[in-house]
Ligand binder design. Structure first.
Ligand code: PEP
Ligand code: MG
Length: 360
């Protein structure tokens, strides 16, 4: 029977609030509604910084519910289509046709906007009985994602054929997760070529020039991004894993959450390096981890020249709003100072200050 006030945005809980606390909450609520109107107004339009640098704002998707609820007009496209859900809740590998119908329906719903389909990223924290995956002491460093796919070629090629067939119905792109060296990327591309030849034999339609990209989720991929950029059309920085592997702190382990920090300077410098290498090679670069929508970091992503941010559907408006308020040129100057230091609290403090200056 106790009254409880919860502000989920900042993680505040107040038990048995007095009148003063209630009044303060009402102010927050009004403020929140006012902002929501501003954010909603940005959703449908293209986002660009005040000095004209465009940033696409896509959404992350990857379950049946989000496909059913998907409204193409509410974003610029789909920046990360996680395909694991098709392999879950099954007793065996999903067939090519089963996958194709899901990819195709998403491509059609997306009405010509980009749809980046990530190939299977299973293993690590996600396990499935029928795959008979070995028990591992360090699953996040083990047999997962592209490693598993390159080992189980038929499973991988089945998925590639399904994605390729869907590319006849929209602007579909393929993305490989967890790359750590050039050989993996080249092998994955070889298998993609084989999948194309198999479809040719069957006379199936697909986009022969389908754009191919990789996720940058490991320090290895960051440091090799100048080389990798020569073999892809785009990068998408998977910051959830990149933070984990850069700071050597398990993203699922509460005990080390204080180390798992998007503002660790090593992470920010890694993102900048990837952006620099991508730009030098004319490769499009996006971010699809949770940090893509962290308000105080968005101005920094603009300064680094990120072309695309892929965020949770509810955060598209807010993300676009922050981009629209940002001046890329002045953030570039800020960035030089920010990334030259080592203190996480100092960086956070300055980024929060900048956000306030932008009216947030
Ligand atoms: C990431 O690692 O940032 C990412 C988007 O992939 P996932 O969260 O599915 O590992
Ligand atoms: Mg990942």
């Amino acid at each position: 029977g106790q009254e409880v006030l919860v502000d989920g945005r900042v993680g505040d809980v107040i038990l048995c609030p007095d009148e003063e606390a209630r009044a303060a909450f009402r102010v927050r609520e009004e403020e929140d509604s006012r902002r929501r109107l501003l954010f909603d107004a940005c959703k449908g339009g293209a986002a660009r910084t005040r000095d004209g640098f465009p940033v696409r704002v896509n959404i992350n998707s990857g379950d049946q519910e989000s496909i059913d609820a998907f409204d193409a007009a509410s974003c610029d496209g789909i920046g990360l289509f996680r395909t694991e859900f098709l392999y879950m809740g099954q007793n065996d590998y999903p067939s090519e046709d089963f996958q194709f119908s899901s990819y195709r329906s998403m491509a059609e719903k997306n009405q010509g906007r980009e749809l980046i389909i990530r190939t299977l990223d299973i293993g690590g924290d996600k396990q499935l009985d029928y795959m008979s995956l070995p028990r591992e002491a360090n699953p996040f460093l083990g047999y997962r994602a592209i490693r598993l796919c390159l080992d189980r070629e038929e499973v991988f090629k089945t998925q590639l054929r399904a994605i390729l067939r869907a590319s006849a119905f929209g602007q579909v792109k393929i993305m490989f997760p967890m790359i750590v060296n050039l050989e993996e990327l080249l092998r994955a591309r070889e298998l993609l070529t084989q999948a194309m030849a198999e479809l040719d034999q069957r006379g199936e339609a697909y986009n022969r020039d389908i754009p191919v990209g990789i996720m940058i989720e490991t320090p290895a991929a960051v440091l090799l991004s100048d080389v990798l950029a020569q073999h892809v059309d785009f990068f998408s920085i998977g910051s959830n894993d990149l933070i984990q592997y850069t700071t050597a702190s398990d993203r699922m382990n509460e005990k080390v959450q204080h180390l798992y920090d998007s503002c660790n300077l090593s992470v920010l410098r890694a993102v900048r390096l990837v952006c620099d290498n991508a730009r030098a090679r004319g490769v499009d670069v996006g971010i699809c981890g949770e940090t893509a929508s962290e308000p105080s970091l968005i101005p920094l992503w603009c300064a680094m020249g990120v072309n695309e941010l892929s965020v949770a559907p509810a955060l598209v408006g807010r993300t676009k709003y922050v981009i629209n308020q940002t001046s890329k040129a002045s953030m570039e100057l800020e960035m030089q100072t920010l990334l030259a230091q080592g203190s996480i609290p100092a960086v956070r403090e300055r980024l929060d200050q900048i956000l306030q200056e932008l009216g947030l």
